[in-house]
Design a protein around this ligand. Sequence first.
Ligand code: ZN
Ligand code: ZN
Length: 221
Amino acid sequence: MREVVDGVFELRLGYVNVHLVVTDDGVVLVDTGLPGQASVIERALRPLGTLHAILLTHHHPDHAGNAAALRERTGARLIAHAAEAPFLTGHFQAAEPEGRLRKFLFRRIAKVEPTKIDQLAGDGAEPLPGFIAVHTPGHTRGHLSFQLDRAGGVLFAGDAVTSKDGKVTGLDPRVVADPERAAESLARLAERDFEHAVFGHGPAISGAAADRFRIVGKDGD
Ligand SMILES: [Zn+2]
Ligand SMILES: [Zn+2]
């Protein structure tokens, strides 16, 4: 586990990252990894404090995989966008494009235990003190990024974008439900000011992170 900035830790679970943030109220977890890894996350939590809340960027199994288990075991509140709710509670419509994408992902990766959302967060909401939700649809309809007011700003980009070799890149088009909205979301993130950025996939960028988002934005990549 690596400390990206003061009290913000990156835990790599295979090809996906989860992030643990130490706050005055306890530890906030951003995303939960693939199913079956709740114990690994709990071990990482132990020296940091008790789990207070889970911020979910979106419902995909590599992000929501342990949400049900951790919520049940710790009593932490689960926070997500309303448009992700049907996929998390298991009431999704298979005919919708996101339903198809979800089925594709689930077949390929894993099944996710359904769970309840305790608190909904929309664009601009402050779901927890110091965290601002930014609605960044495209990869999924209810995808949220989060910006933490710490160390000049830490952006939790989820799967809105990914990072490779210190650069910000778009996701594989096969896993983007709506490419046009994904591009708009990236442009909106590029307008924000933050020093650091962490991603669902790919290593964190520390220092002048927003600039890297602007380079991608200009290329229309
Ligand atoms: Zn995803
Ligand atoms: Zn992902």
